[in-house]
Design a protein around this ligand. Structure first.
Ligand SMILES: [Mg+2]
Length: 343
């Protein structure tokens, strides 16, 4: 397809199976490109290249994300639809972090032979991916398929977005005195992952790990209303990602532990464990941003609550980049305890 093309020699993957797979993706991907988006994506799957026509005066932002079996998901614990949803959500969350609107997405997949011929699995995977693509108005406009020589499922998503030139939300721009905010709640993905890996069925009303919601509307509105001085998405955990934002901005941060919006899914865990999931759990795909202290922020934006969790301070040579303050006022260094995926 444009450009999902067969590269695998016929010897290793029957041409019949490969072509049928590409045709299946092409037909189903059409639903992600409604007539209203044809102006921006005049040509999707079906030629050597896709053709994109971003609006005049816009910039294009691009992100790419791997999702690897055994590192980001498992075939025995994750439903096919969740794997499809999550690979796209990772890319869209990066677009949200810049305040961009999706333009189109491209998917490359290396499939083990068992899966390339398993239409039930493939349909489930495409259900998850294409449902989110339709909801986010992110047309699937091309990609590539191959048989995975290692026998592992490898997925790569390329997501392109647009925004008015010169307005992207960046990690740099936070200033001492700015307040630090997060959207939504923290630690839900880690709490649900523990359930998923235990082999129990996740019966929760929300699925922050299996089906995270990229905060596209919130990011777009933050940028449009010029509310944020710096912004990024939370993929590796607050303790890791906030340190990235601070380094990019040349500042340090103080976090009030009792202000963290802990996800209800972690409520059965002990308080220290809930905090660990919120600070280090990762994959919450919420937005982390800063705003001047005198800027009035709404309680929620794009249907998602916003919570102030701390303050940006000046970076000092011998002080930690992140400080945590507990409810008794005790201060200690918050060390990045980043996400370790499934390891
Ligand atoms: Mg990111």
């Amino acid at each position: 397809m444009a450009p999902i093309r067969a590269r695998t020699p016929e010897k290793t993957l029957k041409q019949h199976g490969e072509l049928a797979l590409i045709e299946r993706i092409r037909l189903r991907a059409r639903s992600t490109l409604p007539a209203s988006r044809k102006r921006l994506v005049p040509l999707g799957i079906g030629d050597d290249c896709a053709i994109l026509a971003p609006p005049a005066g816009s910039e294009v932002v691009v992100t790419t994300d791997f999702s690897l079996e055994g590192r980001h998901f498992t075939l025995d614990r994750h439903p096919a639809a969740s794997i499809g949803h999550r690979v796209l959500a990772r890319g869209l969350s990066d677009l949200a972090a810049m305040g961009a609107q999706p333009l189109s997405v491209f998917l490359s997949l290396a499939l083990p032979r068992s899966l390339s011929l398993n239409t039930r699995w493939l349909d489930g995977f495409l259900d998850g991916l294409l449902d989110l693509a339709r909801k986010a108005k992110a047309p699937l406009a091309g990609g590539d398929t191959s048989e995975s020589p290692s026998g592992q499922l490898l997925l790569d998503i390329v997501a392109l977005g647009t925004l008015p030139a010169g307005t992207a939300l960046r990690r740099q721009g936070a200033r001492p005195g700015d307040r630090i905010y997060v959207s939504g709640a923290l630690g839900g993905a880690a709490a649900e992952l523990a359930v998923v890996l235990s082999g129990k069925r996740s019966r929760q009303p929300s699925h922050p790990h299996l089906y995270p919601e990229p905060r596209l509307r919130t990011g777009w509105m933050l940028r449009e209303r010029r509310l944020a001085t710096a912004c990024m998405d939370l993929s590796d955990g607050l303790s890791t990602d906030l340190a990235h934002l601070c380094r990019a901005s040349g500042v340090a941060a103080e976090i009030m532990l009792d202000q963290l919006p802990l996800h209800p899914l972690s409520r059965r865990a002990s308080q220290p464990e809930r905090l660990r999931m919120a600070l280090h759990g990762g994959e919450d795909y919420e937005l982390l941003f800063t705003a001047p202290a005198d800027r009035k922020l709404p309680r929620s934006l794009g249907g998602v609550p916003l919570t102030c969790i701390g303050t940006i301070v000046s970076a000092r040579p011998k002080s930690p980049i992140l400080t945590q303050i507990d409810n008794a006022g005790r201060r200690s260094a918050l060390l990045p305890g980043g996400w370790e995926h499934l390891r």
